[in-house]
Design a protein around this ligand. Structure first.
Ligand SMILES: [Cu+2]
Length: 153
């Protein structure tokens, strides 16, 4: 009796683990760039890879550490000035990878609610296919990969 119950439970658990589509989204190298004290915004970076066989849509996020989290994209205007704009969503086809990095797409972390220094970390909930996925992003100083330095982005 106990055994039968136990195996039924295991079966249900396996089914549960196999079900969510977001399990097929790989998130690598998450980090937040350390900003000067009192900075109004910070930027987060990571690499998304769709390891499944269906399209994945990332449509935003939120964090207790910030008033607002947006998806942004930096681009160079013809006069060489870098501007950025909000993007509503990131769509990843099966096998597709999207790299959020300084000078490109980034998570715009608006109005920090506490001071975040290198060594701290940020908990983020990303909206993935209408569900939420948690990510932990360590705060780091800008590294050598940061060729285009734009204040706060
Ligand atoms: Cu931005």
């Amino acid at each position: 009796m106990i055994n039968r119950f136990g195996s039924a439970l295991t079966g249900a658990l396996l089914l549960l683990l196999a079900a969510p589509a977001q399990a097929e989204l790989a998130i690598e190298d998450p980090w937040v760039r350390e900003a000067p004290p009192n900075a109004g915004v910070m930027a987060g970076y990571l690499v998304f890879t769709n390891k499944g066989d269906e399209e994945i849509v990332i449509s935003g996020g939120e964090s207790e550490d910030f008033e607002r989290v947006e998806l942004h994209e930096t681009h160079q205007r013809e006069d060489g000035v870098a501007t950025m704009r909000r993007i509503n969503e990131v769509r990843l086809a099966p096998g597709e990878q999207s790299t959020f990095r300084p000078g490109g797409q980034h998570l715009m972390l608006i109005a920090p609610r506490r001071e975040l220094r290198a060594g701290d970390s940020v908990e983020l909930s990303l909206q993935v296919d209408g569900d939420t996925t948690s990510v932990t992003l360590p705060v780091r100083k800008a590294g050598h990969e940061d060729h285009h330095r734009h204040q706060g982005h």
